[in-house]
Every structure is written in structure tokens, then in C-alpha cells.
Design a protein around this ligand. Structure first.
Ligand code: SF4
Length: 351
């Protein structure tokens, strides 16, 4: 870390990094902890809220421009059974690739308030059912840009969230270091202290990063976007499968459950004529019987390829066959469908 870099920010830093920063300014090291709490527990919007700092110090920090912020530039809302699902569009500071925007979604449900956040501006993978992959790719987000999406929604909506999922724009494991550090900040007892089991990181199946996740014994939940049961056909809808075959992906998923002693989640976007035939049901049951897991069904939300959405009866029937075979399976439904905020739809459209 280069403390004198003009790009240094107080946000997205560990307590140790903040202590080192204040040390370099000739301030006591405990300022690091104070700043960490202000940012990550009290969700300060400006340096004026750092009331334990002298005015002189606050002014100095102001001059150093170490407290950037992101704002919601557009909000779309959809009424649901448990409150409003809200999709927030954020404008981020431009980088070398140009202007950057991302979206995050607030999803209330029976017992939860879930925030779905983005880890990259666009996505370099091209999953055929996902609108994000059609956008120009503008790189991975900084740690503070990731956590600030959740903080800004909390501040704006005046409500705390209980769960956080890294399932917005981008492949989280293509921005591995920043995503893991962001998750640890959200989990930190001096911050919002979100339970590790309430933080889920999703991947389309980037196997080397899954291996690092397992090796470093990350405490967070892992979800794999599975979406097919045949490797060749999976490659046709998910480029990532060409280098990270289904067989290796399942092997790594099994390793996750064995070494970390937790279930893995398999996400399954249901696409009629593509991945919900009888052979897929059979294979999915075999997979679920051989790897401790839960399966989340997601009825297709986009129509990028002229594919249609499965009927509720088709989803019910598919789910019932899995349930009858003893598989733990949920229908995730499509909260945010009408505002372009459901799974696979994030594409900077103002819904
Ligand atoms: S599903 Fe995820 S990994 Fe695939 S293109 Fe969309 S954002 Fe990228």
C-alpha cells in the first residue's frame, strides 16, 4: 500500500492499514480504529461525522481527498409481499476504461433484508442468459466501491440489511482479493458484524479461485452458478466452462464441502429447451446426492436469445422431482423482475 498515493482512501481499509496511515501523518495509531468504526459501523457519509477528530485533522483529511463516496443516481422500486424490492444505480469514479456504473438490489423477504451487490463494472464472462455480459467491461471494483453499495442503501433506506450476496454485476472471483477483503470488512466485529453465514459469494465456476477460497478457509457461504448438467452443453451457455470443466467444478465443489464442512449452493437458471429436460433432472439429482448442497432454481428472467421463461407449472414440476428425490431445493422466484433487477437482468436499464 502506498500511503502517499493520491488514490489512497480511508474506505475499504483494514484497521492495521488505517493505523499505519495515521501513524504516517504523525497522529496516534488509535485513530485507525476510530476511523474504521466511523466508516464501517456508523456508516459515515462525510468527514464531518468524525466528531472525535479535531477540526484541523478533518480539514487535513479533506485536503488529502481520502474520503470518496458513491451515490445512488437512480432508484427503481417494485412492490412485493414483504416490502419493496429496490434497484439502485450507482455512478462510480471513472477509471482508465472510462465512466463506470453498477447496480445493486435490495430484496426484502419473510425474515431477511438481502443486499445483492456488484463486484465488477460489467463482466468479462459471457453467460448467454445474463444481460450484464452484454455491457462493456470496465474492470473490477475497489474494496470501498463494493462495500459502499451496501452502506449507501442502508443509509438511504434507513433500514439495516441482514444478508449480503455477491451476485450482482461481474464475476466475484475475477476480483478475488477485493471481494474477499470486502466480505471481511462487512463481517468485522468493529463494523456491521454481518455473520459469515449471511454472506454469500457466488461464482460461475472459476476453479483456481475456488481452490484459494478453500485453502484459506474462508468462513463465507459459496454459491456456484451451475446451470447445466452436461459439460459440453454448459460450455455453449457459459464460456467459463471451456477452461473450468463441469467435472473439475464438481470435484472442487465436493472438496469445498469436505474441507470446510459446509453445504455448497448450486444456482440453476431454468431455460426451457436448454437445461430442464428429464436427463437434466436425473443428473442434477445424482449431483445433489453426491455433494452436500442446496439447489436454488431461478426461472429465466431475460430473453436475450429468444428463449422463453418456464411456466410456473414447469418450475413446480422440476422442483417436485428434486424434492421427491430428497434434494434440498428452493425456487428463488424473480424479485425485481419488473424493474430489471432480477437475477441475470442487471444491465444499467432504468426500470
Ligand atoms: S451470470 Fe455472472 S459471471 Fe455470467 S455474465 Fe452474468 S455477471 Fe458475468
Amino acid at each position: 500500500m502506498n500511503l502517499s498515493s493520491p488514490l489512497f482512501t480511508l474506505k475499504g481499509k483494514s484497521i492495521k492499514e488505517l493505523e499505519d496511515f495515521f501513524d504516517s501523518l504523525g497522529e496516534p495509531r488509535y485513530r485507525g480504529m476510530q476511523a474504521f468504526r466511523r466508516i464501517n459501523k456508523h456508516l459515515a457519509r462525510s468527514l464531518d461525522e468524525f466528531t472525535e477528530f479535531s477540526l484541523v485533522l478533518r480539514r487535513k483529511l479533506q485536503e488529502l481527498s481520502v474520503f470518496p463516496s458513491i451515490q445512488i443516481s437512480h432508484l427503481s422500486e417494485e412492490e412485493g409481499d414483504y416490502g419493496k424490492t429496490k434497484k439502485a444505480l450507482f455512478s462510480l469514479p471513472s477509471n482508465r476504461a472510462g465512466e463506470r456504473q453498477v447496480e445493486a438490489v435490495w430484496i426484502p423477504s419473510h425474515r431477511r433484508r438481502t443486499v445483492c451487490i456488484s463486484s465488477q463494472a460489467g463482466c468479462s464472462l459471457n453467460c448467454l442468459f445474463c444481460a450484464t455480459g452484454t455491457l462493456p467491461f470496465r474492470g473490477g471494483l475497489q474494496i470501498w466501491e463494493i462495500v459502499d453499495q451496501a452502506y449507501e442503501m442502508t443509509r438511504s433506506f434507513g433500514e439495516n440489511f441482514s444478508n449480503i450476496v455477491f451476485m450482482g454485476m461481474g464475476e466475484p472471483f475475477h476480483n478475488y482479493e477485493n471481494v474477499i477483503r470486502a466480505a471481511h470488512i462487512l463481517h468485522h466485529p468493529e463494523g456491521l458484524n454481518i455473520g459469515a453465514r449471511h454472506i454469500t459469494i457466488s461464482t460461475a465456476g472459476v476453479i483456481p479461485a475456488m481452490e484459494s477460497f478453500i485453502k484459506s478457509k474462508q468462513p463465507f457461504e459459496l454459491a456456484v452458478s451451475l446451470n447445466h448438467t452436461d459439460t459440453e452443453k454448459r460450455s455453449e451457455i457459459m464460456d467459463v466452462n471451456r477452461k473450468n470443466s463441469l467435472e473439475r467444478l464438481l470435484k472442487m465443489s465436493r472438496k469445498f464441502t469436505k474441507e470446510l464442512g459446509r453445504k455448497i449452493t448450486f444456482e440453476y437458471v431454468m431455460i426451457p429447451e436448454v437445461n430442464i429436460g428429464q436427463e437434466n433432472v436425473k443428473k442434477l439429482i445424482q449431483i445433489a446426492h453426491s455433494i452436500p448442497c442446496r439447489v436454488n432454481l431461478i426461472p429465466l428472467n431475460t430473453n436475450l436469445r429468444g428463449w422463453s421463461r418456464p411456466s410456473p407449472e414447469t418450475v413446480y414440476d422440476f422442483q417436485t422431482q428434486l424434492l421427491d428425490a430428497g434434494v434440498t431445493v428452493f425456487n428463488r422466484g424473480s424479485p425485481g423482475l419488473r424493474i430489471g433487477g432480477a437475477c441475470g437482468m442487471l444491465a444499467l436499464q432504468k426500470g
